[in-house]
Design a protein around this ligand. Structure first.
Ligand code: CDP
Length: 229
């Protein structure tokens, strides 16, 4: 059976990566976390003193953009590909609330987007890919055979992310996580270049009241419909 492309977009912490990983495993496809790529560039900017609470040196970042190489390496023990920045595994470093606080600003920069989108298109050129993000169905793979758009209430999403961060041992408050989720929703949906919007042909899934199992079953049905059409 020929392989398809699955694009999963949606607001922050809607469980996109969870379902994308489940689907990739189920289908034997490659999973690409495009958000990890924006987080990697943000981490680079933070490490080079190019962004903090008070300033964002966009020109400085653009000067260094050609030095930034983001890659993925499959970790069999974890069952998914971890992200590397210039050959160094930064999977853990990019998931902090600190990186989340700056990533949406970095993701507004058109040159950053152009570089990452080109890489994302290459990774999906052979199909057989599940990619999640904000502009996958609209910009990266506008011809994807299946497009999903995930939503859930801001409180539900913040609670999920808060639990994840606590589990990692991070010292964060629920209020700070909720604020970050709402701020990123706003910036991601209002930026000029490739804003987060539902593609016309995307299927919306509100998972506020769905268990992981129910959600996966529902999405598997959608995949099967496309594969057997
Ligand atoms: O996992 P979470 O929902 O927190 O977000 P993510 O997928 O890791 O993405 C982090 C941020 O990267 C988003 O808030 C967007 O600002 C940006 N992003 C983007 O602009 N385009 C994408 N395709 C993926 C992420």
């Amino acid at each position: 059976m020929s392989k398809i492309t699955i694009a999963i977009d949606g607001y922050s912490s809607t469980g996109k990566s969870t379902v994308a990983k489940q689907l990739a495993k189920h289908l034997g496809y490659v999973y690409v976390d495009s958000g990890a790529m924006y987080r990697a560039v943000t981490y680079f900017a933070m490490e080079h003193g190019l962004i903090d609470e008070n300033h964002f040196d966009v020109e400085g970042l653009l000067d260094k953009l050609s030095e930034i190489k983001v890659s993925f390496k499959f970790n069999a023990a974890l069952g998914f590909a971890e992200v590397y920045l210039n050959g160094v595994n930064i999977e853990k470093e990019i998931r902090t609330l600190e990186v989340s606080r700056f990533v949406s600003q970095v993701a507004t920069v058109p040159q950053v987007r152009a570089q990452l989108v080109q890489h994302q298109k290459q990774m999906g050129a052979e199909k057989g890919v599940v990619m999640d993000g904000r502009d996958i169905g609209t910009v990266v793979f506008p011809d994807a055979e299946l497009k999903l758009f995930m939503t859930a209430s801001a409180e539900t999403r913040a609670l999920r992310r808060y639990s994840e961060l606590l589990e990692r041992g991070d010292d964060v408050s629920f209020e700070a996580v909720l604020k970050n989720v709402e701020e990123r929703d706003y910036i991601d949906s209002h930026r000029k270049d490739s804003p987060l919007i539902k593609a016309k042909d995307a299927i919306e899934i509100d998972n506020s009241n769905l268990s992981l199992e129910e959600q996966f079953d529902e999405i598997k049905k959608l995949v099967n419909k496309v594969l057997h059409a």
